[in-house]
Design a protein around this ligand. Structure first.
Ligand SMILES: Cc1cc2nc3c(=O)[nH]c(=O)nc-3n(C[C@H](O)[C@H](O)[C@H](O)COP(=O)(O)O)c2cc1C
Length: 316
């Protein structure tokens, strides 16, 4: 059970909370290979590791195989990730127009070259440093428009040395709307069964969703994305559901305690002003379904300091 890469969410504050509540490991949001080789401090800050993160998956994006290989070596040297994941799924125009992200799900040739170059970089680093070889994995979409291209993208990745493939079975055009096509994940998991692991992403909003996807697709792991925001307990609940068949709802105080610890960690990294603003949408997500939700969200949306956020306790 992994926390998916989530731009704007999966920084170390949120990752730390997810690990605390049972995520096996978590992915950073996608980081730019160009930013890394330019030594961008903003990019490097995204890669800080939380003290409780024994395993860290770093996701990298870019379209130039040489740059991706160079960035891979920087990641290995400076951040000791447990795996490096290539982003072949981001649908944002700014990213796809450079040939990165979801553009790679239909440009299998470049995708294959990127995987081969980054795998070679991990082999070279391992030989030079004596450290074990870090796996390169790939996260793809189902394709563009009506044409599914995930099978070709997966084949190019596999043949170039990818150690696992995650499928988010929505097309690039779909973005995050409509339903994820679980049949595609089933097809992919069947094709790679016994070869490399396949991880499922898409519409995993509850322990029941995770259980259903694991059972029907025969994939090797599930990734929680939007289903984990404001609900890091989904990891422990899913574990309980899968092992004991049931789980309990989380008491309000426990939810708010988790939100406050995420805020506290974010303040340590970004300073109070920036963290309190950025945390608003994330804090609101924790209040979903609460009886006092609307009143709490009003306070949250006006909060500029930790003290402002603490006013929440007064109305409960
Ligand atoms: C706000 C947001 C940011 C995301 N950022 C990334 C990212 O940086 N890299 C990536 O591979 N996928 C990213 N995704 C996609 C998710 O990892 C996941 O595949 C997708 O949301 C489908 O899962 P879900 O339907 O359970 O949310 C993002 C999704 C959302 C909603």
């Amino acid at each position: 059970m992994f926390l998916a890469p989530l731009a704007g969410f999966s920084d170390r504050a949120f990752r730390s909370v997810c690990v605390q509540f049972g995520a096996n490991f978590s992915y950073t949001e996608m980081v730019s290979s160009e930013g890394l080789i330019r030594d961008s401090q903003k990019t490097r800050r995204l890669l800080l590791r939380a003290p409780n993160e024994q395993f860290l998956a770093i996701q990298l994006f870019g379209s130039n195989p040489e740059t991706m290989a160079e960035a891979t070596k920087i990641l290995l040297r400076d951040f000791a990730p447990s795996l490096i994941d290539i982003n072949a799924g981001c649908p944002v125009k700014k990213v796809t127009k450079t040939g990165s992200g979801a553009a790679l799900t239909r440009d299998f040739i470049t995708l294959g070259k990127i995987v081969a170059a980054t795998v070679k970089a991990t082999e070279e680093f391992s030989a030079e440093s004596g450290c074990p070889k870090v796996p390169i994995t790939v996260k793809i979409r189902s394709g563009w428009g009506k044409t599914p291209t995930f099978m070709e993208a997966a084949k190019a990745s596999f043949e170039s040395g990818a150690a696992a493939i995650t499928l988010h079975p929505r097309s690039c055009e779909q973005g995050y709307s409509g339903k994820a096509n679980v049949d595609f994940t089933t097809q992919l998991a069947a094709e790679y069964s016994g070869k490399i692991p396949v991880f499922a992403s898409g519409d995993v909003f509850s322990p029941e969703d995770a259980g259903r996807i694991l059972t029907t697709t025969h994939c090797d792991a599930v990734m929680f994305a939007r289903g984990a925001t404001g609900n890091p307990f989904i990891f422990e609940n899913t574990r309980r559901f899968l092992t004991e068949g049931s789980y309990e709802s989380i008491p309000l105080k426990r939810k708010l305690d988790a939100a406050f610890s995420e805020l506290q960690l974010l303040i340590e990294d970004k300073g109070e002003d920036c963290a309190c603003r950025e945390m608003r949408k994330r804090f609101c997500a924790y209040t979903k379904g609460m009886e006092e939700g609307a009143r709490l969200r009003k306070i949250i949306c006006e909060s500029k300091t930790m003290e402002d956020y603490r006013r929440i306790w007064k109305i409960l």
